[in-house]
Design a protein around this ligand. Structure first.
Ligand code: BTN
Length: 260
């Protein structure tokens, strides 16, 4: 199938694992659309779904993801990765690293990462990633959802202090289509050889190693020095000389904004 935008063919060159792009005007959530297609067909692996607007964009931990019209890249990719499901957390890190590389190569902006899956510029979030797994005995799927703030000029309410866009950071409008093309190219280039080396690429883009952080897990808070990421994707925090592994939560860097 040719890449399409509501039926209009887009001359985007696609390499594996990508097979087709479907660009929609409006959808509830591109992750939910991907789920519906997976339920309907066995031929959806490699599909990239992009929407100009999401009416029910979803973030991590059940949060709402603001997805206004024509200013962001609201994207989900349906994949059937070769690695065992227990290692699929590597794809979260890989997605973050490739989004960061794509933004850096297109704009020259310096991009950093925050555990588990935030992409930041100057401490503010410009992209959030939501990976969802549909695990079955055979035919398991990974949905890689990414929300990239591209051309917003301002953010409403609380997001003012915590979010940013590539336009705000670069000072000029950025082509969403060109950014998508760049990201998919970077993603595809490393896809076949993706392995645990991605842990190192991800680590290099994190700025708070050795600094005090607090991990907020609902009502619970864990404070300590951010020491490392483990081979299973857990964040390692050291408190009073004791190390513990953190599997979920929001990292708050002391003196930095709480990023949601
Ligand atoms: C987060 O940081 O909380 C993750 C945000 C993920 C948002 C993207 S936008 C495209 C895809 N569709 C959704 O409903 N969510 C993800």
């Amino acid at each position: 199938m040719e890449p399409e935008s509501n039926g209009t063919s887009l001359p985007l060159r696609l390499s594996p694992p990508f097979k087709r792009i479907v660009w929609l005007d409006n959808v509830d959530s591109t992750n939910d659309q991907a789920r519906r297609w997976i339920a309907e067909s066995d031929e959806v692996s490699g599909t990239v779904v992009v929407a100009n607007k999401q009416s029910r964009g979803r973030g991590r931990l059940g949060r709402v993801w603001q997805s206004p019209e024509n200013v962001g890249l609201w994207v989900s990719i349906v994949l059937q990765p070769a690695r065992p499901v227990s290692e699929w957390f590597l794809y979260t890190l890989y997605t973050a690293v490739t989004v960061a590389d794509a933004i850096e190569s297109m704009t020259g902006i310096e991009v950093h990462l925050k555990w588990p899956n935030d992409v930041l510029v100057r401490g503010r979030k410009c992209c959030g990633i939501l990976l969802e797994t549909i695990a079955r005995e055979s035919n398991s799927y990974l949905i890689v959802g990414a929300g990239i703030n591209v051309n917003q000029e301002t953010f409403p309410g609380d997001l003012k202090d915590t979010a940013t866009s590539i336009r705000i950071e670069s000072g000029h409008e950025v082509s969403r289509r060109q950014l998508l093309e760049t990201w998919l190219r970077v993603f595809s280039e490393g896809w076949d050889t993706l392995d645990t080396a991605v842990l190192q690429s991800w680590k290099k883009k994190v700025q708070y190693w050795g600094k005090e952080v607090t991990v907020v897990q609902g009502e619970k808070r864990v404070t300590g020095l951010a020491v490392d990421i483990d081979t299973d994707g857990a964040l390692i925090i050291e408190t009073a000389g004791m190390r513990q592994k953190i599997y979920a939560g929001d990292v708050v860097v002391e003196n930095g904004p709480i990023l949601r």
